[in-house]
Design a binder for this molecule. Structure first.
Ligand code: BJW
Length: 228
């Protein structure tokens, strides 16, 4: 790592799998249990908001009982100790990076703990279950939506992500299938911007061929051994 100063790390559902949070596309994953079109699009929310809200209530309840695993803790340690530039860009909506102690974290697909008022663009902490849903604390709008980037919506803070990628010497992808854009294209972007690229994943992903190096195995083992 002698010639590396700035690092961008992309994480996906695989880093939280060993904490007990379902991934999306693995066997038994969320998209086998729910149709994407029913729960993870703006059209679904317009058509049947209660169904979508119940799906996210269920996800939020499940996530809150889970705890960070050695992979989250290793990245938090790296974040604390790395004096160069570092950005953890996570596609995950859980807060396990933060609960492990990481600070330089960007949630490009939103956060399950947040509610978003599209009437006045205020984010607030999501507190209510279905029968007691809070109104917007800023404008009183009664219908808040989960602060989640659904299919067809623009992921958050793309300019900040590309600013970090432009200065990165190393791009590391952890636990993501490379099935969802624009995150799936980051490895090619990073390469063309001159960064070295490393993938840490349980199995080969759709993007594996683009990485300089791929290491296969569980994140709880691969990430600590890469960090140390
Ligand atoms: C382990 C492990 C262990 C397991 N250790 N590893 C260009 C080309 C083609 C299509 C598109 C394109 N640009 C845009 C699109 C459309 C679309 C898209 O990509 N569709 C594809 C399906 C083709 N993208 C979008 O719509 C995005 N928006 C966008 O592009 O905006 C621009 C735009 C706007 C308007 C008009 C036009 C353009 C938005 C995408 C939003 C994604 N949202 C979701 C759902 C969030 C809701 C929720 O959480 O409920 O985000 S989808 C879901 O997939 C979730 C994830 O963040 C995302 C990525 O999944 P991830 O993390 O990779 O999980 P898995 O399950 O797929 O993989 C897990 C991996 O871990 C596997 O590889 C395992 O092997 C591994 N693993 N255990 C290590 N222990």
């Amino acid at each position: 790592m002698a010639d590396i100063r700035n690092i961008v790390i992309l994480t996906g559902a695989g880093i939280s799998a060993e904490s007990g949070i379902d991934t999306f596309r693995d066997a038994g994953g969320l998209w086998e249990q729910h149709r994407v079109e029913d729960v993870a699009t703006p059209e679904a929310f317009a058509r049947d908001p209660d169904l979508v809200l119940r799906f996210y209530d269920m996800r939020r309840d499940a996530i809150q009982t889970k705890t960070p695993n050695p992979a989250h803790r290793a990245l938090a340690r790296l974040d604390r100790e790395w004096e160069g530039g570092l950005l953890i860009v996570t596609q995950n909506v859980d807060d396990l990076h933060e609960r492990a102690g990481a600070e330089r974290v960007l949630h490009m697909h939103g956060e399950h703990l947040n509610a978003w008022c599209t009437a006045c663009d205020t984010r607030s902490r999501w507190t209510g279950p279905l029968i007691d849903r809070p109104d917007c604390p800023a404008c009183g709008e009664p219908r808040l939506r989960p602060d989640i980037v659904w299919f067809g919506e623009m992921p958050y803070r793309m300019e900040d992500i590309y600013a970090a990628m432009r200065g990165a010497h190393l791009f590391v992808s952890i636990g993501t299938s490379g099935a969802v854009y624009p995150a799936a294209g980051f490895v090619r972007d990073a390469r063309s911007l001159g960064a070295k690229t490393l993938e840490l994943n349980l199995e080969r992903s759709q993007g594996s061929g683009w990485f300089d190096e791929t290491r296969l195995g569980p994140a709880s083992e691969l990430v600590p051994s890469w960090v140390d």
